[in-house]
Every structure is written in C-alpha cells, then in structure tokens.
Design a binder for this molecule. Sequence first.
Ligand SMILES: C[S@@+](CC[C@H](N)C(=O)[O-])C[C@H]1O[C@@H](n2cnc3c(N)ncnc32)[C@H](O)[C@@H]1O
Length: 404
Amino acid sequence: MIAERARQSGETVVVRLAARGDGVTADGRYLPGAVPGDRIVGEDVMPGPHRAAPVCEHFGRCGGCQLQHGDEEVLANFVKGRVVGALQSAGVEAEMVADPHLSPPRSRRRAAMRAEMRDGTLALGFNEESSRAVVDLQECHVLTPDLFTLAQELRPILSALMPKRWICGVTLTEATGGADILISNLSPSREVVHAFAEWEPTIPVARVSVEDGGRTDIVLQRGKPVQTFGGVDVAMPPATFLQATADGEAALVAAALDFTSGAGRVADLFCGLGTFALPLSAEAEVLAADAAGPAVAALEAAARRAKRRVRTLHRDLFRRPMTAKELAGYGAVVLDPPRAGAKAQVEALAASKVPVVAYVSCNPSTFARDAATLVRGGYALTEVRPIGQFRWSTHVELAARFVR
Ligand SMILES: C[S@@+](CC[C@H](N)C(=O)[O-])C[C@H]1O[C@@H](n2cnc3c(N)ncnc32)[C@H](O)[C@@H]1O
C-alpha cells in the first residue's frame, strides 16, 4: 500500500523494514531509524503516520528491542515481510501466509541477560545494540513484571559476588514451583552458596545454578522448576530451552496440532522438553528426538509418569539425521531446529515418503533454505504462520506445513 501510494505521488518514502530493522526506500536506500510511511525530503527523514513513541528509556541503545518506533501495523508487516522475503529469495512459493501473531508487551518469561562489573559497578541487562557493552536496565517492557523484579533483586548479590571486572551470563526462566536462575562464569564457591542461602527475593525462586568451565552446579534449591506441556508436568533441568512467551508457545503448538491432525504416528525432531511431543501425544504415538540428554531424560520420565505414548531418542540430528528408512510409517514429522536450521535432516526428509512436515523455525533465512530442499523433494508449502514472540525485536519465528 505504502509503496503504491509513493509510486503514484512520485515521493520518496520508506516502504519496508530490512531484516535488521533499517527503513528501506522504494529506490533501495537504507535509513536507520526510519519506518514505512516516513518521507524523505532532501537529506531529512520526515516522520510519517506509522511512527510510535518508543515506550522504553533504553530504546536506541539496548539490543533487546529494535522496533519500538513503529506502530502495530509496522510490527505485523515486518514479521510477515521477513518470512515472505526469505521465501522469495529462496525461490519458494507458499500457498498461504497467515497474518502474524505478535506477543504482547511484558510477556517474555525467559531471558538471557548479561551482568557486567566495571570497576566495581554492576550493569545488568541486554547487550548494547552496537557493542558488547551491557545496558544497565532500569526498566524493560518485554520481560514479565516478575522476571524484571527478579533481575533487580539479583543486583546486590551479583555486586557482592562478582570480581571488580567480570562478566556473567544471567538466564532467568519462569516456572511453576518458582523461577529458575542460571548464572554462567561463576564458580560454586562457599561464598556463593551462602549468599544465595540467605537471599530473600520477593518473587519465588525454585533453583539457582552456576556454570563454570562447562560444569553446572546447583547452589540453591527451594523447589522444583516445572513446565507443563499438553497437561503433563516436566521437571526442567538447568539451562533447557523454553519458548520465549507462553502465548507464542500456544500459537506454535496450535499450528503443530493443526498441521499434523490425524497423522497417527508423529516424529518430533529437536523436541527439547516436549513442547510439541506432549500435546501431540494426546492423539498420536510420538517419537521425540533431541541432542540435549537432560531434556530428553526429563521428557521421558514425564511421559512415562503420565502414561503418554512418547518414545524418546537422544541423538545428534545434525550428525546423524533420522533417515528416510527410519521415518517410513510416520504420518507426520514436526521439526523445530535451532537457528542454524536442519540442513542434513531436511535432506533426509526430502528423500522420505512422510506425508506431512510441520516445520517450526526461529530463523526465516535457514527455514527458506530448508523449504527449498523440501520443495525440490516433492513437497508443497501449503501454509505459513509468522510469529513475533520477540516483540519489538528483529527476531522472527514461524510454523509452516509442507504436504507431499
Ligand atoms: C528451538 S529449540 C526447540 C525445542 C523444543 N521443540 C521446544 O519448542 O521447546 C531447538 C532444540 O534443538 C536441540 N538441538 C540443537 N542442536 C541439535 C542437534 N545437533 N541434534 C539434535 N537436537 C539439537 C536443542 O537441544 C533444542 O532442544
């Protein structure tokens, strides 16, 4: 619409956002900070009707959000446009691309932050947009209020425990039974154990672990962090993956269930804790595979306890993808790989006879590459649902259905 109006009026306007969030004009100029609808007059960018006032004082510096200066239409078009653009670049046509699902503000229930001590002063937050320096967050509009409060309440303890010049990773995850906290680059010294034993945060904390040199130790356990998938409780091992927002997870699970409905036997590849495997197992017999041993073990125990038909497989699917022969007899495959995509696994799928593939992706570019492989193997891309779990960021996710 914006591009068409601009063409008719002969004006230079910003018509879309590039993958990294820069405004792009119809004649291909990249303008940081501009949004679709802005007009270009000489060297100046004149704000247009799709501008929004950024809600956070850290916007522009904090790498957590790149798009607070655009309205809801800009955000939705960006999420959909990223998916459509990546598919076009890979030469793949989708029969249907749905309107995107966007997670609301203050809904992120899992966050990987960084804590940096600079000459005895702590900064806790996300990396700066343009450097690895940490922005010291005084407010945040993406984290749930509880998670933000918890981060603030960690400050005194981190300031006391971290050396004067030091960096730690701080991963916070909400869970039933209390939050799960993982601090990396901190050793499990007596001082650390004592400090957390005396810590009285206002938000319930189930567990604190520290990771140092590849080894993870629990330094505080007050409860069991549990996630529930498809009505089944799963005990979370430290540092396991969880979809960033509850509503984003619900949208992805709904897509996986719709796309594989009636499949009978389903393979859930890159299954994690069973986000898809457990809801799917209410109707189907599920094989769930992942390279993360503790996650696979937690899923297996939970499925056995709940008497769900889930068989687990601990396997590196990059090095040893499930072969076409192993996948014979499955009515559908759900796959949800990391950002690198699933090149080898998708090549095996392209050579298989599996009737339906439900592909959940956190990277439209590697998804589009893998989609081209599936299409070359005889699949049609019948539906794509873009999902913006990371509101105001350039990070885009999706669920897609391929049918043979
Ligand atoms: C995006 S997460 C998805 C997890 C799960 N489907 C969910 O929604 O919670 C990607 C998963 O891929 C797994 N993974 C990463 N590399 C892998 C590999 N080479 N082989 C198998 N699984 C791998 C991770 O352990 C992680 O559970």
